[in-house]
Design a protein around this ligand. Sequence first.
Ligand SMILES: Cc1cc2nc3c(=O)[nH]c(=O)nc-3n(C[C@H](O)[C@H](O)[C@H](O)COP(=O)(O)OP(=O)(O)OC[C@H]3O[C@@H](n4cnc5c(N)ncnc54)[C@H](O)[C@@H]3O)c2cc1C
Length: 347
Amino acid sequence: MESSQQFPLQKNNSFNIKAICPIIYFPKTLADLKSLPDLSEKIFYILGDGSNTLFIEEQAPIIIKPNFKGIKISESADHYVVRAGAAENWHELVKYCLVKGIFGLENLALIPGSVGAAPVQNIGAYGAELSQFCSQIKWYEFASKAIKPLSNDDCQFSYRNSIFKEALYNKGIITEVIFNFPKLWRANLSYAGLNTLGQNPTAKQVMDKIISLRQAKLPDPTKLPNAGSFFKNPLVNKEKATSLKAIYPLIPLYIQDNGQVKLAAGWLIEEVGLKGYRKNGVGVHEHQALVLVNYGSDEGKDIVVLAKYVQQQVLAKFDILISPEVRMITQQGEQDFANLTKVHECH
Ligand SMILES: Cc1cc2nc3c(=O)[nH]c(=O)nc-3n(C[C@H](O)[C@H](O)[C@H](O)COP(=O)(O)OP(=O)(O)OC[C@H]3O[C@@H](n4cnc5c(N)ncnc54)[C@H](O)[C@@H]3O)c2cc1C
């Protein structure tokens, strides 16, 4: 199996932060996975394309970067089945499906990252989520050294969450994602901004619209390093939402099926006046307050300090704790943002 020691990770994270890992493994076959050293007592991190990852210290832990490639298509009378290797690029997969006449993923166009990471946080955008199309995951379990099939139900998908962040965290590696698309396709126009497309747009028109909306709103990480939405949109109960609405009549509220109310973290950040805020070479994006950007820092802790400040300001004004979507990685492995006080204090 390919591996490399003292591997620099700056080109492998969309925040463009400097970090180095003692060793990186690139498994691309089951035999490679089986030949990985026993990591049960070691600290390690599974890295996709690093577009949801923040390296906080210069030293990173051992990295496993799955390199499973390939896309296969099969079909039944009324469905297409698409199997994609974990190391395939997500947006390339969306485009490939579209070219093959397989529709469904167009609302999720232009989300950076790998196919293998997409189920981990159940990527979502513009009224769609990966969980709507994912029928099975092939998952290599470290303990049994075998690849196990996990059904959609097994994955326990929810808003930006899945079993891979919970019970199966660091217990194995996603090698392949299997999707099921009904041949009978209808455009998903549930997101209000898509109403300009009329009643019956083609999948290509939907994808093009999504791409133009995203390009207008989100900074391109290759030009201005970032990890997309830094914070998750917080969920509150109805009482809290009603009291907020009384004070802030313009606050956007999104009522969920379970009765909870989702708030727009970007709106909250904008309301505390931090849109466009900059310090230590990092900042809150000037057009999209939910995105923290790196103007020129090499150090992930600068982002952490900024994120803590944003979180505190929102808490002070709204009594709502916003929490990051981005994964925080130190030499000691992944860290809970709440426990990152040391980084904050010593800065
Ligand atoms: C500009 C921009 C816009 C974005 N927009 C969106 C959006 O609209 N919606 C959205 O949901 N996200 C969005 N994101 C976040 C990001 O694109 C997704 O989280 C994406 O799935 C991350 O993929 P990655 O390969 O870069 O993951 P990484 O950052 O490398 O890893 C993310 C997590 O997945 C785990 N992981 C990676 N690969 C595997 C594997 N094979 N097996 C097991 N675990 C694995 C890692 O350990 C880590 O916990 C955006 C990011 C950027 C930079």
